[in-house]
Design a protein around this ligand. Sequence first.
Ligand code: NAD
Length: 358
Amino acid sequence: MKATIAVLAGDGIGREVVPEAVKLLKAVGERFGHVFEFVSGDVGGQAIDKIGVPLPQETLTLAKQAAAVLLGAVGGPKWEGLEYSLRPERGLLGLREQLGLFANLRPAKLYPMLAEASTLKRDVIEGLDLLVVRELTGGIYFGKPRGIEKIPGGERGINTEVYTTQEIRRIAKIAFDAARKRRRRVTSVDKANVLESSELWRRVVNEVHRDFPDVELSHMYVDNCAMQLVRNPKQFDVLVTTNLFGDILSDEAAMLTGSIGMLPSASLGAHAGLYEPIHGSAPDIAGKNLANPIATIASAALMLSYTFHLEKEAEAVESAILRTLDQGYRTKDIHSPGTRLVGTSEMGDAVLKHFAQG
Ligand code: NAD
C-alpha cells in the first residue's frame, strides 16, 4: 500500500511526541511493505510565528490531499493574548471544519500495569476497553436559534439541540463499523425520555442497526450512562452519542484510565482522518524530554486501523506498547517506584525496539 500522511506537529510537546509516532509508522512501512510518504506542515502557534495565521492555506491543502493527518498539539502562553480568531486553537478548529470531521473516536483502554494510576478500584477497571464515538459537528453547539436576548425583567440565554436524520445516520454507521472491529456491541446514549431530538436519534440508530445484524445494540439514558461509567465501565464496548453528551462522557471515560499522556483519538469525516493525542501542548513540560509519546503512537495505530484498514499492523503497534509497559518503561507522568524512568525519545525507542522484536 502507498499513502501520504500529513504531519502537523504544532506546538509545545507536539514537536516532541509526533516524531516518535512517525518513527513507528516508518518501521511499520518497512516491516509490512507499505510506502508511507510524510509531508510536514505548520499549524497553531508556530504557524502564527512563521506565516501569521494559525492555519495557512498551504497546510490545509496538504491535509486535504493526504490520506490521513497526524497532529501533535497547538497552543501555549506565548499566543494567549492574541485576538480569538488568530489563536493557535483556531488552527485546529479550522482543520476539523474544513476536513468535515463529524465523528470523534476516543478509545479508553486500561493497560493492566497502570491500574494503580486510576482513581477507581482495580477490580472495577481491570480489563477496561471501551470506545466513545461522539458526533462532532451538530447538536446544541451549532443549533439555531442561539444567543442572549433581553426580556422584561432580565435576559434569556438560548441554545438549540438539532439533529437531522442524515447526521444521525452517518455517526451511527461509524459506530457500528467500529464495533465490528471490536466486540460487536453498541450502546447508544440519549435522553429520549425528555428530548424530541433524542427520540429521533433513537429511531434512526435503530434503522441503521438493521444493516448491522451481527452487532448488538442497546440504548441508555445519558444520566444513567454517566453513573454506569463509574459503577461498571467494563459493561461497555462502543458508546455512540451526541456532541454535548459525548463531550462530557468522553472525558469521564478517558480519565478512568488514569493518564492523559496515554490517550489517543481519531476524527473521521468526508476527507482525510485526523489522528491526535487528547492532550494539549503541555507548556509546563515542553522541551524537557518529559512528555509521554504513547498517546500519539497509539493515535498512529488508530490511523492504521481506521484509515488504512491495516488491522495486523495496528495490532503490532498496540502490542509493542503493551510489551514496553510490561517491561517497566515509564515516562514521568506514569512512573511509580520500581519502574524504569525514561524520557520522551527513550520511550519512543523502547516501543520501536519491542515492535522490531514482535
Ligand atoms: P495539557 O493537556 O497541555 O496539559 C495538562 C497537564 O497534563 C499538564 O500538567 C501537562 O504537563 C500534562 N500532560 C499533557 N500531556 C502530557 C504528556 N503527553 N505526557 C506527560 N504529561 C502530559 O492541557 P492544558 O495545560 O490545559 O493546555 C496547554 C495548552 O494546550 C493550551 O494552550 C491549550 O489551549 C492547549 N490545548 C491544545 C489541545 C490540542 O491541541 N488538541 C488540547 C488541549 C489543550
